[in-house]
Ligand binder design. Structure first.
Ligand SMILES: Cc1cc2nc3c(=O)[nH]c(=O)nc-3n(C[C@H](O)[C@H](O)[C@H](O)COP(=O)(O)OP(=O)(O)OC[C@H]3O[C@@H](n4cnc5c(N)ncnc54)[C@H](O)[C@@H]3O)c2cc1C
Length: 416
């Protein structure tokens, strides 16, 4: 079914009884050309681009739970391409360009909203660092504006300018950044892939790999053995666990990250705001809830839930820049598992096992990467060569010393 103003009107007149399921909930076949493990944003986007860009449709996505149950449905929905390292800028800007045409491309309303992302700075040193990042972005053709305190005050008069522990001096603004409705991205890609013949198999957990003569030949799942010529792993926070089933040890730690939503308010926050003297980011959803988050919980875990000290820490960050949110009631909070690499940048590469490919290490910035990660992973699997925008995201970069340490934090994953 194609969505349009006409299908909406037709169904409204028919009492909304004519809508068909968005995607096919498939039974697994015994063999496919390609298997993608993980029905999150990246796995579904990969399947979509395999079918759409490469004409490969004998493909299945295997998801252990329901699609969208992982980080793609748990994140704070922020998209941006305000990076500094050339390798990251070119990849995330490619993703931003794909976001800009995505809804028309897969004919699904993902509520892409380029409302702007503003990173506040609070000291001269931070202003200089942000100016450097903004210059690097502009040199690569990405939009960036350095705002002073009065420009920020005109844009967001409710921020705490005059009585703050960390006075706001200005901000780095990327107007093309913003938010996207996270689970709609999973549904849109699932629909686009399913329409082209891809099998989306839910409740199908991969429990082991079949490897013959150094080449992958299939997987053992909770629904039996499935053969495949090529297999892509896109399981985000579970990357180390799944790779270990194939005997691989990854340079990744899994950490918990929480997100929160308040009760609904009238429109208040027009864009995405981040606090520069702590770790806090916030936007307002179209339903009115303030959506916000902060730092990792600080310990390694595979649990999709967090702890109270971080709730307090995040709320303190919010209070520091906008004290009025102290009167709000928190409606919901949840956690997701983040695949943190040693340098804070991702991996899209072949593995030492022939036919087995890896998409991992998204830290807590992989939602904005979803279109480009799917595009580049599909290209790698289909053609056995990297797409140029992702050619630096190699698994062996840690052994070669060619790390991509965007924040300059060193090999401490929880700090990236
Ligand atoms: C609280 C929070 C806030 C975030 N905020 C942002 C943000 O604002 N902006 C941003 O860019 N990024 C953000 N992120 C990060 C982003 O959500 C992730 O990096 C990204 O979603 C990861 O890719 P994915 O969508 O494919 O992962 P997931 O949705 O987690 O998909 C992986 C899937 O693999 C499945 N799986 C795991 N093991 C197996 C197995 N053995 N067999 C079969 N299936 C398996 C899982 O069930 C899961 O559905 C945030 C994350 C969290 C948790």
């Amino acid at each position: 079914m194609r969505y349009s103003i006409f299908s909406l009107a037709r169904n409204a007149l028919g009492g909304h009884k004519g809508w068909t399921p968005t995607w096919r909930d498939a039974e697994p076949k015994q063999a496919y050309d390609i298997l993608i493990i993980g029905g999150g944003g990246h796995g579904l986007a990969t399947a979509y681009y395999l079918a759409k860009e490469h004409g490969l449709t004998n493909v299945a996505v295997l998801e252990k739970s329901w699609i969208g149950s992982g980080n793609v449905g748990r994140n704070t929905t922020i998209v941006r391409s305000n990076y500094m390292l050339p390798e990251n800028i070119r990849f995330y800007e490619w993703s931003m360009k794909l976001w800009e045409g995505l809804e028309q491309d897969f004919n699904y309303n993902a509520m892409v909203s380029q409302r702007g992302v503003l990173n506040l700075y609070h000291s001269d040193g931070q202003r200089d660092a942000f100016a450097r990042r903004g210059n690097a972005m502009r040199l690569s053709g990405v939009d960036a504006e350095l705002l002073d305190r009065e420009q920020v005050r005109r844009m967001l008069p409710f921020l705490n300018f005059d009585d703050a522990r960390f006075p706001i001096q200005g901000g780095l603004l990327q107007r093309r950044g913003g938010t996207v409705r996270h689970d709609a991205v999973a549904w849109g890609y699932a629909r686009g892939a399913s329409d082209r013949g891809v099998d989306i198999v839910q409740n199908c957990e991969v429990k082991g790999f079949v490897v013959e003569n150094g080449r992958v030949a299939g997987v053992e799942t909770s629904r039996g053995k499935i053969h495949a010529k090529k297999i892509g792993i896109a399981v985000a926070g579970n990357s180390s666990r799944v790779a270990a089933m194939a005997g691989l040890r990854l340079p990744i730690e899994s950490h918990v990250l929480q997100a929160f939503v308040s009760e609904g308010l009238k429109p208040l926050i027009p864009n995405v705001i981040t606090f520069g003297a702590g770790h806090f980011y916030i936007s307002q959803s179209d339903k009115g809830g303030l959506v916000f988050g902060g730092d990792l919980d600080g310990y390694k875990s595979y649990a999709q839930r967090g702890n109270l000290p971080v709730v307090q820490d995040v709320c303190e960050g919010g209070m520091a820049i906008m004290p009025m949110i102290g009167r709000l009631r928190l409606l919901r909070g949840w956690g997701g598992i983040m695949d943190m690499t040693m340098d804070g940048s991702p991996i899209i590469d072949k593995t030492p096992i022939e036919g087995l490919y890896l998409n991992a290490g998204w830290c807590y910035g992989g939602f904005k990467a979803t279109p480009a990660a799917g595009w580049c992973f599909a290209h790698l699997i289909a053609r056995d060569e990297p797409f140029p925008a992702a050619s630096a995201f190699r698994l062996d970069r840690f052994a070669r010393g060619a790390i991509l340490d965007e924040k300059g934090q060193g090999a401490q994953p929880n700090l990236h």
